[in-house]
Design a protein. Structure first.
Lengths: 164, 432
């Protein structure tokens, strides 16, 4: 796929130097923007200005509190799946380059690998690791209750019946 | 051309020349810096037209200088640092959020890299053989700016916004990676200039086809392109995925505590990332700088190809502008998603779709390599039939669920009405 002109013009050193130059320039611009606003603006500090803004109400306690475990779970599941795909990136580029026997063999190997991906995915979905419905919790006791969609419906129906 | 110039000026006309490297970097960063105010103006104008009002039209011609004036004003506004914040992280976080937007475009070619035009020395900044991987890695750095900003602000709204945002960006990055993997598998190269070059070949690899093989025109590329489009909107925190800054529940999300230019830096990062992502979308799925999907050589009109090659940056900018207008159009059209809908879309629709697509591309390439190019049509037909069957079953299941929901809702909605009728009837009885 490599075009001869591109191949001839490309050496690794030159390309990566330009990349570093871009990264350095981007870092300088970003740093300058943040620092300039700090330097240029006026400074008239009052206690009200300095307090965290929580809709005008006096802030209640520290914000660094406990947060829902679901965010953490999503991060873990992300790492699992992301790494599972990362293992394949090398194969993507090699797939069509080394002749038919390699292609056939590696294709079926890839299918088997993707089956493990699918099994893992099905497990994650079944366990409810990425279920953001508020009516469901990850507590073990929640397992004996009815499926998620049935619960709020029943409640609302019962409420309506009671009102009548 | 190379020989002529090196004789005249003794100038090293290769990509390794530091001056040319610097020029490449500036040709990416300077237009990006100049175009971001223009994009904000365009967004406000286009949104106004869509909502039947004028938008900014006072400062400069057509209101073009409005955003620049806003920027200057923001620089001279007070930079409040609340007392409870984590000072170091609070200070650095906006810079981290802006950084990937500039660094992201390093591997994006905005002109022809094949042939002997000067563009092959000027673009992309770094034609490294890990192009797409670099792009994925740098784009995921943006999460840190938002999470750290939310965490360091020591404000409950900021913390929640930062957390939401991290989960959202992570979820959509997965589907984005897999959808890009489909194209890498079809191209056999991670280099983005190779992707553009391979799109100049005949459609579906059928020799003699007069249409270019833009990945958006292939069945797997179309699916991957749609997934990438949705994911890139989510990755840049744009409507309808702008939950991190959902103002009706979280004030402004992760940048509640930021003021002055630091606040604007978050916005700049968002808009610059929009630019680069639409550029990447154009390069990977829409044939890069090629204005029309026609193989001029195949129909004997190579002269037109030469003209288009000269105008390549303009064509690329045009495609980017189209992508950006789609961003704005979606913002004007779609309401914001609920958080569980957002997560369900990312994990339960886009990720399995992208993974299935990956297997589909592998089978497509496998069949093409083993049984010849035209027989690749067989799995396409099979895949369509299977897809339609699966969609039918899925829709049948979901619509049944929906009807039960609606009946229960009508029960609750009927409930208050008898009360109201009773209230209305009573005074009537009194007057009579």
């Amino acid at each position: 796929m490599d075009h001869p002109a591109v191949q001839a013009a490309t050496t690794y050193n030159g390309e990566y130097t330009a990349l570093l130059m871009l990264i350095a320039l981007a870092a300088i611009i970003c740093g300058a923007m943040v620092t300039l606003s700090y330097v240029l603006g006026p400074k008239k500090i009052t206690p009200y200005k300095q307090s965290p803004y929580e809709c005008g109400v006096a802030p209640l306690g520290d914000a660094k509190e406990r947060f829902p475990i679901k965010f953490y779970l999503v991060a873990i599941v992300f790492i699992l799946f992301d790494i599972e795909v990362v293992f394949l990136w090398g194969w993507f580029t090699a797939f069509q380059k080394y002749g038919t026997p390699f292609l056939v063999f590696s294709f079926w190997e890839f299918i088997v690998y993707m089956l493990t991906f699918i099994v893992g995915y099905a497990y994650v979905i079944r366990v409810g690791a990425i279920n953001w419905d508020e009516t469901i919790t990850l507590e073990p006791s929640a397992e004996r209750t009815e499926p998620q969609s049935a619960r709020p419906l029943e409640r609302s129906a019962a409420g309506a019946g009671g009102a009548h | 051309m190379e020989g002529m110039f090196s004789n005249l000026y003794a100038f090293d006309w290769s990509r390794d020349n530091p001056w040319l490297q610097g020029a490449r970097v500036l040709l990416l960063v300077v237009p990006l810096l100049m175009l971001v105010p223009g994009l904000i103006w365009w967004e406000r104008r286009l949104l106004s037209w869509m909502q039947d009002r004028y938008g900014p039209n006072r400062v400069g011609p057509f209101g073009l200088l409005q955003t620049i004036c806003d920027g200057v004003k923001l620089f001279f506004k007070e930079d409040i640092t609340p007392i409870a914040v984590d000072k170091g992280i609070y200070f650095v976080a906006p810079a981290i959020a802006l950084f990937p937007a500039f660094a992201l475009g390093a591997t994006m070619p905005w002109g022809p890299t094949d042939g002997n035009l000067v563009y092959r020395l000027l673009t992309p900044v770094a034609d490294v053989p890990i192009g797409i991987l670099y792009m994925m890695a740098v784009s995921s750095l943006g999460v840190y700016g938002i999470v750290l900003g939310g965490y360091a602000s020591n404000n409950k709204y900021s913390l929640l916004g930062g957390l939401r945002s991290s989960a959202q960006l992570i979820s959509y990055e997965l589907a984005m990676g897999v959808s890009l993997a489909c194209i890498v598998l079809a191209t056999g190269s991670l280099r983005m200039s190779d992707m553009v070059i391979s799109q100049q070949g005949p459609l579906w690899g059928i020799s003699g086809a007069p249409i270019q093989n833009w990945f958006f025109f292939t069945p797997y590329g179309f699916l991957a392109g749609c997934i990438f489009l949705i994911c890139m909107i989510a990755e840049t925190n744009r409507a309808p995925f702008d939950l991190p800054e959902a103002e009706n529940e979280l004030i402004a999300g992760y940048h509640t505590e930021y003021s002055s230019m630091k606040f604007a830096v978050y916005f700049m990062g968002e808009y610059a990332a929009m630019f680069v992502f639409s550029g990447i979308f154009a390069a990977v799925f829409l044939g890069g700088w090629n204005p029309l999907p026609i193989r001029w050589d195949a129909i004997g009109m190579a002269g037109i190809d030469h003209i288009f090659r000269l105008l390549a940056p303009l064509c690329f900018l045009g495609k980017m502008a189209g992508g950006l207008s789609v961003y704005i159009w979606l913002r004007a059209t779609l309401p914001r998603l609920r958080y569980d809908q957002l997560m369900n879309l990312g994990w339960k629709s886009l990720l399995p779709l992208a993974a299935m697509n990956l297997i589909g591309v592998a089978s497509w390439e496998y069949i093409r390599a083993v049984y010849g190019p035209t027989s690749a049509l067989i799995p396409v037909v099979a895949a369509f039939v299977i897809l339609i069957l699966v969609m039918g079953i899925y829709l049948a299941l979901t619509t049944r669920k929906r009807t039960t929901e609606l009946t229960s809702r009508t029960v609750t909605m009927v409930d208050p009405s008898p009360k109201r009728t009773v209230e209305l009837v009573e005074p009537a009885e009194v007057t009579s």
